[in-house]
Design a protein. Structure first.
Lengths: 117, 117
DNA sequence: CGACTCGTACGATAGGCATCGTAGTACGGG
DNA sequence: CCCGTACTACGATGCCTATCGTACGAGTCG
């Protein structure tokens, strides 16, 4: 097959209607999670958890991805041993038009401002 | 005097450069605080703390206003016995162009969607 | 099968935070 | 000067959460 077949293990996601702005903001208020979302947005594709080199243990990484999934920011699916993560851009844009782009822009501006680069 | 004179009591505010996106998002991830900001934006002027009729005690209200001030979302100044609260729209727009408006729009859409009204 | 990789589950811990109640301070008006 | 109003300060409480370590499960490859 071209696609490695999705594992039977499935993960609970909120429906679009269940996504709450407060939850999204809370999820993004953590620097680690904001960084994850920025990388996902920059790549514009799904990324495995192990792609991210975060300064925390794997346990903590799992925790952050779960928060992002349960708040509706990302969707996750197993593909073999890898767990692929993708931004739920369509759902977020549908609920909160333009918000995601402004948030990403704001994060990028701040990174430039603080990083000095 | 035309203006009731600002009290000598002054409150610590972050400078524009000290405002952090994560802090702003965290401040707005609380329903109570998001509501306060929505009202401030709707009025477009300063409001006293006592103007807000929140379903919590005054102690808790004080706490929420402090979080909003320390994150840089609002500015506070004493005027007589009243403490006036104003959105730091210029600072936020300067740092994160368009973000505040999108957030307010997102909050309004969600209120319509959930409130049914 | 066996080993290896990826990610999870669970328990522990430490800190943060939303909330309350009570007691207290600052200011303005009678 | 005294009182009422507006807000604060402080302590307590219970919940949430970011973090870790270790042990485990699921899948792939030799």
């Amino acid at each position: 097959m071209t696609s490695p077949a999705v594992s039977s293990r499935d993960l609970p996601h909120p429906t679009r209607e269940e996504i709450r702005l407060e939850g999204v903001l809370h999820a993004l208020s953590d620097p680690m999670r904001l960084q994850i979302v920025r990388e996902l947005a920059a790549v514009g594709d799904e990324l495995s958890c192990s792609h991210f080199d975060l300064p925390v243990t794997k346990s903590t990484t799992t925790h952050h991805f779960r928060v992002l999934r349960e708040s509706g920011v990302i969707q996750q699916v197993y593909r073999g041993t890898a767990k692929m993560n993708g931004l739920r851009k369509d759902d977020l844009d549908g609920l909160f038009p333009g918000l995601l782009d402004r948030l990403l822009d704001a994060a990028a501006r701040q990174a430039v401002r603080l990083g000095g680069a």
